[in-house]
Design a protein around this ligand. Sequence first.
Ligand code: PLP
Length: 371
Amino acid sequence: MAVPLLDLRAQHAAIKDDVMRAMMGVVDAQTFILGEVVGRLEREVAELCHTRYAVGCASGTDALLLALRALDIGRGDEVITTPFTFFATAGTIHNVGATPVFVDIDPVTFNIDPEQVAAALTPRTRATIPVDLFGQMAEIERVATAAPGLPLIEDAAQSIGARRSVDGEWRMAGEAATVGTLSFFPSKNLGGYGDGGMMVTQDERLYTRLLRLRMHGGSKTYYHEEVGYNSRLDALQAAVLGAKLPHLAQWSAGRRDHAAYYTSAFRELAPQVQPPVITPANESIFNQYTIRAERRDALQAHLKARGIGSAIYYPLPLHLQPCFAYLGYRSGQLPESERAAREVLSLPVYPELTRAQQDEVIGAVREFYGV
Ligand SMILES: Cc1ncc(COP(=O)(O)O)c(C=O)c1O
């Protein structure tokens, strides 16, 4: 039985009528840029994230870029982040002219280690970007304490709807950040039928600035206070996302259920297989189910030979990427990120996965380790 890493067609089949109706509504109205469909989605996402404001934009990458620009971060500034993330987290820091400062991860959660944030502060540090990797929120309150008074951009591209208990209260991904950034890339828990992103914030001043930056830096048509971008959430994408949003909680619960099933099955494979650890303070949305595996590459080849999809997120930490050689990091400098890059493997965890498919994955992993 083939088990793909992700089966977007299965999800589309289940919601096709609703999605097509919503898309045709936009086509019939011929209002393709912003408009009511985008506005409604922004209100719904703000409600989900417990924020006062949400601003749609063209991608999760642009959400980071606009957030950095809205905070006036640029040349000569340093931004502390994790190297164990998708490229965009640091690529956008570079692209606004600032310097990414990489600190290592907590090996338990794969998220940025707040103690190392404190150690990396300099007079030029202007912000931090913790990433909620694989759907589990970073320890944002500890990052905030480690970098007091500095804006915190929460890269929540992989964590929409995730929550974390802070001082006994649930905080949604994006809620406690200066700006939280979301991605609607098709493989995300809330995925569009193309690119899309959003920024969430509690701050009215930043909200106004983000609205302006996504429209070429002008609050009035053809008048520009600053140079911004053409970065809007497409109305057709907003229609798709609006049709999908009511299902998000149930889809993420399905992912959590699959994760629990894998984790109990993999316990007997320790130490060769280490299931992901979700700390008691967190409720993950499992955008990925990522194990650490002994002989990881051979395991992946074994799964592939049996028709089982898997992926390595991420094979080379950002501090060692050729494009960041100018920053001067060397191999071995951020050992936990480098070890994670050697050991991680993400397995199929999409909501429509069946138990029979999961058993196939589990059986193939057990076969590989001879258990
Ligand atoms: C952690 C992280 N940050 C940023 C992004 C960028 O989002 P997008 O692909 O929508 O530009 C992604 C997703 O691809 C991501 O996983």
